[in-house]
Design a protein around this ligand. Structure first.
Ligand SMILES: [Zn+2]
Length: 294
């Protein structure tokens, strides 16, 4: 089977961008945390099926739950960064963004004892409002980003953006979430709420189509998507609640079935030709993290 990249954005249910007007950041410490247990369940599922993945982990989650970071690395998965605080990139200026992504990278590397090469923006939020983002990522020592979802969506995305991996001017490689096409139309195939809403066969067909086009599937989910018991955010907008809560109870089994449809692996293995090259080694990307952290 052709390789495909499985990616998990490690954040809690109350970090999501769609709830930002319903839950203030100052309330985060008071919320019931469920990310640790949910991430362990995902890691169990990957261990059962022999799958590997890249875990784009929030810095604030890593600092509060170092055990999951250590298990991600110990289980042979790729540790990557989802920034520190789940700010949309286009809501920050360059200096704030650079501080956020540097702090996240160093914290993850210190806890995990491994170099962090990859970054995913909160809510795929690198766009024309943040033209400095890739330069800042290069300055912080990242080699690749997976922050583009090239599809028509009201909250993010550009349906005309490149569907495959591409080099940016800064040297950072952008690897978009996978999409499929029906005629001239781009359709979702990359995961998240679409995965909970559409049948599994939609995704297996779309991934096969992508592979015949020479693309490697890049699929994503969140730990909270396999947690139907999570506390409900009652005053969030109806559309946000629908997208967040639809079919949560079926997602874990569906993910398990998906894991049998391809050889799921880490981003740096699935896209080795793009980001696994020897020209920039771990030694050059790390900041002198503790190699025996554990
Ligand atoms: Zn996120």
């Amino acid at each position: 089977m052709a390789p495909a990249a499985m990616t998990i954005d490690v954040e809690d249910y109350y970090h999501v961008h769609a709830f930002k007007n319903s839950i203030q950041r100052s309330e985060w410490p008071k919320m019931e945390s469920r990310v640790e247990a949910n991430t362990h369940r995902m890691l169990d599922l990957f261990a059962e099926t022999g799958s590997k993945a890249t875990f784009f982990t929030l810095g604030c989650v890593a600092a509060d739950h170092p055990e999951i970071v250590k298990r991600i690395v110990a289980d042979g998965h790729e540790l990557a960064s989802h920034g520190w605080d789940h700010w949309a990139v286009f809501d920050q200026d360059r200096a704030t963004f650079l501080t956020d992504i540097t702090r996240a990278k160093h914290t993850l590397e210190d806890i995990g004892g491994t170099a962090v090469k990859g970054y995913r923006a909160a809510s795929f939020s690198i766009d024309e409002r943040s033209p400095w983002a890739y330069d800042a990522l290069a300055e912080a020592g990242y080699l690749y980003s997976s922050s583009s979802h090239p599809i028509a969506h009201d909250a993010y995305g550009d349906p005309n953006a490149d569907r495959g991996p591409h080099n940016t001017k800064s040297g950072v490689v952008e690897i978009p979430v996978i999409t499929a096409t029906i005629g001239k139309r781009r359709v979702p195939a990359g995961g998240g709420g679409f995965f909970r809403l559409l049948p599994l066969g939609w995704f297996t067909r779309a991934h096969r189509q992508a592979i015949t086009e020479g693309l490697t599937p890049n699929f994503y989910l969140h730990p909270w998507e396999i947690d139907p018991e999570q506390p409900r955010i009652k005053d969030a907008p109806l559309k946000s609640r629908f997208r967040h809560y639809v079919n949560l109870s079926k997602c874990e089994l569906k993910l398990k079935r998906l894991l049998h449809t391809a050889t799921w692996t880490r981003m740096d293995e699935a896209y080795h030709g793009w980001i696994g090259g020897t020209e920039r080694s771990d030694a050059q990307t790390g900041h002198g993290f503790a190699s025996n952290a554990g």
